[in-house]
Design a protein around this ligand. Structure first.
Ligand code: MN
Length: 456
């Protein structure tokens, strides 16, 4: 499938699949090669909510995207937010439904063409270029925040039980900040839009391998879906691949002019005059667009309303709506604040880690270093002195080695203790000349790791 666009030629393929566990597919994708717009939405919400949310978002995007700029794309996503929000507010069965969205669009910029990417939530946009796969979008999720703060490693995040908690969703609030930026289309680059059902099941290096090996975008999308199912298929899986088949000679002229050009950053708007609405985040190949100045919600609703009504009726209706909205807002705010406090309390007090009580290795309940007002609680102190612990685990323990359960923490301590004994055997009366029996030690901290024996 080949897409039009002035000098840029694109080819795309997409696939969506319910997976192997869920009974319905709440994912959805848009592919409008006639206008140069692709998007993936991953809906959430009980009953039919998730399905409806992603469907409304996709339909709205496809219908309203006609202004081919970054702003036009952001505006279309904001309208999709409004559409989902209003549908949810008007139907108790659908209330609270929401959806992620990640979109790619061909946009005009200074007589040139760029590819704009925009997202809300944890559906991702990647670029595969010259063998490397880069995640271009930033996830709006709890674990992504923790990784950014440095309190979670990307590996820990990818298996974290709360990895599906989103910090931004389309359709849940009246307004939503949209991240957007633009990149230059280069011949041979492949763009991948996907829901978390893909990247939670298929490691990025395998995704990259498929993009390198399978040239046809439809075949590649099918192959990625197959791998996600093979990996467990615990969620709905959606993949859209957009290939740059012709960039109008841009790649050649650019590489001639700028051998070793470090980034592909493209000013997002305002041409030569830097616009205060945009801020370069300094990362390679992208310009992050900050949230657009909020239009007063009432004005936006007024703009969107096509109802033919006389002015006075409209005004009184709007007032009534405003009162209800204020009450609803306060209720939602209370619920959100209460929910957030409960989540923090639960999160801060849950889990175990192996740390230090003085010089002794000890097990604590809670988070290393504590979380806000929640201090870790000492559960038990082992008789292992930190000075006897080998270098690598010592470092982990000093920083607080997180463990999913008390049992795992105990196993970890036993394991480390055994390694310490091997390196520096405790003085005992038993003979040391007997041949040592081979013991296989699982690496510490691996779930399911079992020490060969438990020290007395
Ligand atoms: Mn999902």
């Amino acid at each position: 499938m080949t897409a039009r666009a002035g000098r840029t030629r694109l080819r795309w393929g997409g696939a969506t699949d319910v997976g192997r566990v869920r009974t319905d597919n709440q994912d959805q994708f848009v592919a409008r090669d006639d206008v140069g717009l692709w998007a993936v939405a991953d809906g959430m919400g009980g009953h039919r909510g998730g399905e409806v949310a992603s469907e409304i978002a996709c339909d709205t995007l496809a219908r309203v995207f006609d202004h081919h700029t970054i702003d036009g794309l952001v505006g279309a996503i904001e309208q999709a937010n409004t559409a989902v929000y209003r549908a949810g507010a008007g139907d108790p069965e659908l209330s609270g439904m929401g959806t992620t969205v990640v979109a790619l669009a061909v946009v005009a910029h200074d007589d040139d063409e760029l590819l704009a990417l925009a997202n809300v939530g944890d559906s991702r946009g990647y670029r595969w270029s010259g063998g490397d796969l880069d995640q271009l979008t930033t996830d709006h999720s709890l674990v992504a925040d923790l990784v950014r703060e440095g309190s979670l490693s990307p590996d820990e995040a990818s298996v974290h039980p709360q990895r599906n908690i989103l910090t931004r969703v389309l359709g849940v609030y009246e307004d939503v900040p949209v991240d957007a930026f633009a990149v230059e289309p280069r011949h041979g680059d492949r763009y991948l839009l996907c829901s978390d059902g893909l990247y939670n099941e298929v490691p990025e290096d395998r995704i990259a391998t498929v993009l390198r090996r399978v040239a046809d975008p439809t075949d590649a999308a099918d192959e990625l879906v197959r791998l996600a199912r093979e990996g467990g298929g615990r969620d709905n899986i959606t993949v859209v691949i957009v290939d740059v088949v012709d960039d109008g000679g841009r790649a050649e002229s650019a590489s001639a002019a700028l051998a070793g050009e470090p980034t592909r950053a493209v000013p997002a708007a305002g041409g030569p005059r830097p616009s205060p609405a945009y801020a370069d985040d300094g990362s390679a190949g992208r310009v992050v667009r900050q949230r657009r100045d909020a239009t007063p919600a009432e004005d936006r609703y007024a703009e969107d309303d096509n109802d033919v009504e006389d002015a006075s009726r409209q005004v009184s209706r709007r007032r009534r709506r405003l009162t209800w909205r204020v009450i609803a807002f306060i209720l939602v705010l209370l619920a959100v604040v209460g929910g957030a406090l409960a989540t923090i309390q639960w999160y801060g007090g849950s889990g175990y880690f192996v740390g230090l009580d003085g010089d002794q290795v000890a097990i604590f309940k809670g988070r290393p270093g504590g979380l806000l007002w929640i201090e870790p609680k000492l559960v038990e102190v082992s008789d292992l002195d930190i000075d006897r612990v080998p270098e690598a685990p010592r470092h982990d323990i000093e920083g607080g080695k997180q463990q999913p359960s008390l049992e795992d923490a105990r196993r970890y301590v036993a394991n480390v203790s055994e390694r310490a004994d091997e390196l520096d055997p405790p003085t005992t009366s038993t003979t040391t000349t007997a041949p040592t029996t081979t013991t296989t030690l699982a690496p510490p901290g691996l779930p399911g790791a079992t020490p060969a024996s438990t020290p007395a």
